[in-house]
Ligand binder design. Structure first.
Ligand SMILES: CC(C)(COP(=O)(O)OP(=O)(O)OC[C@H]1O[C@@H](n2cnc3c(N)ncnc32)[C@H](O)[C@@H]1OP(=O)(O)O)[C@@H](O)C(=O)NCCC(=O)NCCS
Length: 328
């Protein structure tokens, strides 16, 4: 078995391999994963590691390079996704070998941290990954009149042409204070708007004097409403609480990152939305380069510290978040 990166003539072949993955929400594997090939500006053939038996692709792993906010700075992140072995090739070490190769590659590229989402925690734990229960919450909307608009605030649907620049500014400002969120430039935003939905998203804004002061994005996963991202201006707690509570009431609640600011939680409660903490059970991290991670976090090495303790020190799960809109 040969472990190597994808050749450009093999793009359809790797999508054909991924087509054997039985996915929820009516997706064909090849259509679901094609979006990450055609719409994600970070896509490169070299980001796909594969195991091949002759001309046949047996297993694959895809690297999603990102910049992650960390203690006011940034760190290179290697997102791992599209991990799949053909059913006939399983249990002989193919995925483990391909993942190892992808990890070495990421390390070599200066991506200090690995991150993935999975329902198979023990498989990755055996390979050195650590479950990372980012602080999520269940949002329970109890009152039918939740979300009466704040004074002078208009709740509306997101309008790409009109609102994108305002939303980008709000995202950069609000997420800047949050370790774990992904930095997006214009190209990343363009790609994100294409791939974040499942396949669509419910993207809402709150405007004051025509300007967007808060926004919220929802997606449905297997019928469950997921709060994929939100943000607000520095003095717009009321607008965000009104926007979220209206949307949550209409959607029958939601699950997503917990509010990091106490004022948002109080505002939601005032609108009849209860926030129940519930750790994220699917996210895993791996320290790929301790020195680079420490440098990015502006932290000193501690004698005898384990990889897990180092990660806990620089990216404590209870104080960090990863917006579901950035999932891969
Ligand atoms: C998860 C998945 C990628 C694993 O692929 P794989 O190629 O079978 O993985 P490996 O062979 O490296 O490891 C599988 C198991 O075989 C074991 N194994 C590895 N090499 C082995 C060998 N030479 N002999 C016997 N067993 C071996 C591993 O320890 C592992 O055990 P575990 O399942 O109890 O953890 C594959 O099952 C799959 O595609 N599943 C559907 C998609 C999916 O769930 N993707 C991951 C979600 S993020």
């Amino acid at each position: 078995m040969e472990i190597r990166t994808l050749e450009s003539r093999e793009r359809e072949a790797v999508l054909e391999l991924l087509d054997a993955w039985e996915l929820p929400d009516g997706w064909r594997g090849r259509d679901f994963f094609r979006r990450y090939m055609e719409d994600d500006p970070s896509f490169r053939d070299e980001n796909f590691w594969v195991a091949a038996e002759g001309a046949r692709l047996v297993s694959c792993v895809q690297i999603f390079p990102r910049r992650l906010r960390l203690n006011g700075g940034e760190v290179g992140l290697g997102g791992i996704g599209s991990v799949f072995t053909h059913p006939e090739g399983r249990g002989s070490g193919a995925a483990s070998a391909v993942l190892r190769a992808a990890e070495d590659d990421m390390r070599g590229r200066g991506l200090a941290l690995g991150l993935l989402f999975t329902g198979r925690i023990p498989f990755y734990e055996r390979l050195g990954w650590i479950a990372w229960p980012f602080s999520n919450a269940l949002y329970i909307a109890q009152e039918a009149d939740a979300g009466a608009a704040a004074e002078g605030v208009e709740l509306d649907a997101f309008d790409l042409a009109r609102d994108l620049a305002d939303v980008c500014d709000l995202h950069a400002g609000y997420s800047a204070e949050r370790s774990g969120s992904v930095v997006r430039d214009d190209a990343a935003w363009e790609g994100n708007l294409k791939v974040a939905g499942n396949p669509d998203e419910d993207f809402r804004v709150a405007r004051r004097d025509g300007e967007v002061v808060a926004y919220a994005r929802f997606i449905a996963l297997e019928g469950h409403p997921i709060l994929a991202e939100f943000g607000r201006g520095p003095r717009d707690e009321d607008a965000l609480a009104a926007l979220l509570s209206r949307a949550l009431a209409e959607r029958g609640g939601g699950y997503g990152p917990a509010p990091a600011d106490a004022s948002l939680e109080a505002g939601l409660l005032a609108h009849g939305v209860e926030v129940r903490p519930m750790g994220d059970p699917n996210t895993m991290l791996r320290c790929l380069d301790a020195e680079a991670l420490l440098a990015a976090a502006g932290a000193e090495r501690a004698e005898g510290e384990s990889e897990a303790d180092l990660l806990r020190r620089v990216l404590p799960p209870e104080r960090a978040l990863f917006w579901p809109a950035d999932r891969f």
